[in-house]
Unconditional design. Structure first.
Lengths: 322, 258
């Protein structure tokens, strides 16, 4: 049991009418690790989470969480998991404390234990001062923290967070990341879905990129980045009209399609390896008479990876309807 | 689907926890209760004083005729809130959370229908209070009066389960409001709630006579006013049982797959 993966998913299938939401997904999440499920809207991320948390029955394939089959052992599985979905699913009319104690009671904890764990969660999530106010008075970030807290009252072995920071302002997002990192340090297995590549990069041990109901790439953030092949050269021209000239000038160094941003005058392009890329780029640009404001060499971000894998822009920009 | 003693006791405990959760809002925001009582009280006053003089009833006072009918109308209107509340929970993601917890599958629905029944009981008692102030009287003794109240509230509980099914089928609050209400109107108005069935045209009478609202209004009325009660009460109870037998399993099934 101790070496058994916390989540096993094999050839998982689900169709809604004629739409194949999941088209044979395989995933394995070892205990105590974080898997980031990354993909655009409608890729099938939420469907995976809904099946693994027993909210939805699969059409085919097999899935187990904490050793329990999602179909046959659904009842016992629910005692072992926590879920925070895309909404902050907390009751506005109850106080923060009442929300947590209610969830504790529904996990079938005793009254005293539900109270104790709720107090513990309130403290951990910095909600002690607001604990006895109705949730109606909470900010969006506080609601998300309470929602996340509610998913932990049952001390789950495996935690599912479906786009936990969607709709939050950057400050609340970073705050929530810190909380999630602490959780993971305590050894909870976490499956996290996100559209934010930065989020997966920051929180996940391993990342599975899914698109159209299939896993199209898997690995650590570094492994995925290396799939893009080498580094990314990023430069900003002084005069926008020289954007094309810049691309032509550095063409001998590149190994992929350049991304141009007409508004900022920025070019991003994968380049072949080599220590002299920067110096070579400067020389080529100088020879072509292109004035540059900024020039830098980056390891590729997951944005670059996603573009390379799907041929489409990043999830946030693509905005494919689900 | 197991029905061991342990899971049965959890079903009760979980349903009580959910009932409390739903009732807390009335304590915290008493306005919610005030507004759900104003309308029925207004119906009592308007019908008594505006239509009371025009409606001819076979015997007794219109106040004694009307109030039992309005009690039945009130519990049915009140029951539409069950579907609205569930649709609200659905659209806020609350139902997803509850369904991911190891709680009893019946508890969300049972808690919602029970808390709406408690609210219905409160409104019914308040209306009887208002009725007593303007001249309504029980004529058949204490036990029958209690029986009238229990029957009205049970009838509301049965309709709450229909409402629950509608709420989970339509899934959003506005649709639940509309879909939960439109079919109620003909049932309530083409019944013995406000007027004796005998005053309606023949074709409508045949509908009104089989209408469960008529059966229940007549049963509650008989329990308040005296006179033969057995047939009406039997018909009403048969409807209540029939509705529950159909809509409890239908709604729970819907909840599992929602």
């Amino acid at each position: 049991m101790s070496t058994r993966p916390a989540i096993v998913v094999e050839r998982l299938q689900k169709a809604f009418g004629t739409v194949r939401a999941l088209d044979g997904i395989d995933l394995t999440v070892p205990q105590g690790t974080v898997l980031g499920l990354l993909g655009p809207n409608g890729a099938g991320k939420t469907t995976v989470v809904r099946i693994l948390t027993t909210l939805l029955a699969p059409d085919g394939g097999h899935a187990e969480v904490a050793g329990f089959d999602v179909v046959r052992d659904a009842v016992r599985l629910r005692s072992a998991i926590g879920l925070a979905g895309q909404f902050a699913a907390v009751d506005e009319m109850l106080t923060g404390r009442e929300n947590l104690e209610l969830v504790g009671r529904l996990y079938h904890l005793g009254r005293a234990e539900a109270r104790e764990r709720s107090a513990d969660v309130l403290e951990r999530f910095d909600l002690v001062d607001a604990a006895d106010r109705t949730v109606k008075t909470y900010s969006g970030g506080m609601r998300r923290r309470l929602d996340l807290g509610a998913s932990l009252v049952g001390r789950p072995v495996v935690l599912f967070l479906d786009e936990p920071t969607t709709g939050l302002d950057p400050r609340s997002r970073i705050g929530l990341w810190e909380v999630i990192e602490q959780l993971v340090d305590r050894g909870t297995t976490l499956l996290l879905t996100t559209q934010y590549l930065e989020e997966a990069d920051k929180l996940a041990d391993a990342i599975a990129v899914i698109d159209h109901g299939r896993v199209i790439a898997e690995g650590t953030a570094d492994e995925l980045k290396s799939q893009v092949g080498g580094d990314v050269l990023e430069l900003v021209v002084v005069r926008r009209e020289q954007l094309k000239d810049a691309v032509t000038a550095i063409a001998p160094l590149t190994c992929g399609e350049p991304q141009l941003d007409e508004d900022t005058g920025q070019v991003r392009v994968p380049v072949k390896g080599g220590a002299n890329v920067l110096a070579d780029a400067v020389r080529h640009l100088d020879a072509a008479g292109v004035a540059i404001a900024d020039l830098a060499l980056h390891r590729p971000t997951l944005d670059d990876v996603f573009l390379a894998l799907t041929g489409r822009a990043t999830a946030a920009e693509a905005g494919v309807a689900s | 689907m197991s029905s061991s003693p342990a899971s049965l006791s959890w079903a009760v405990t979980d349903a009580i926890a959910m009932t409390r959760r739903n009732l807390v809002r009335y304590v915290r925001v008493p306005n919610l209760l005030v507004f759900s009582t104003i309308q029925p009280v207004m119906f009592v006053l308007l019908f008594t004083y505006v239509f009371g003089g025009a409606v001819r009833i076979p015997s007794g006072s219109y106040k004694d005729f009307l109030l039992p009918g309005i009690l039945v109308q009130t519990v049915i209107f009140g029951s539409t809130q069950t579907g609205v509340g569930l649709a609200d929970d659905l659209s806020r993601g609350m139902i997803d959370r509850f369904r991911s917890l190891p709680m009893a599958r019946s508890a969300v629905l049972a808690g919602r229908t029970l808390s709406d029944t408690v609210r219905n009981l409160f409104v019914v008692l308040l209306m009887i209070g208002v009725g007593l102030l303007i001249g309504f009287r029980f004529h058949a003794g204490f036990i029958s009066a209690v029986g009238a109240i229990v029957l009205a509230v049970l009838f509301g509980l049965a309709f709450s389960w229909i409402s629950a099914f509608i709420g989970m089928a339509v899934r959003d609050v506005e649709s639940a409001q509309t879909a939960g209400f439109i079919w109620i109107f003909p049932l309530v108005f083409a019944s013995a709630v406000f007027v004796p069935v005998a005053t309606m045209p023949g074709w409508l009478q045949s509908f009104a006579r089989v209408n469960p609202v008529t059966n229940t209004a007549e049963a509650v009325r008989a329990l308040c006013q005296g006179g033969p009660t057995a047939t009406h009460v039997f018909h009403s109870m048969a409807w209540i049982l029939g509705i529950l037998l159909v809509f409890v399993p239908l709604s729970v099934r819907r909840y599992r797959r929602v």
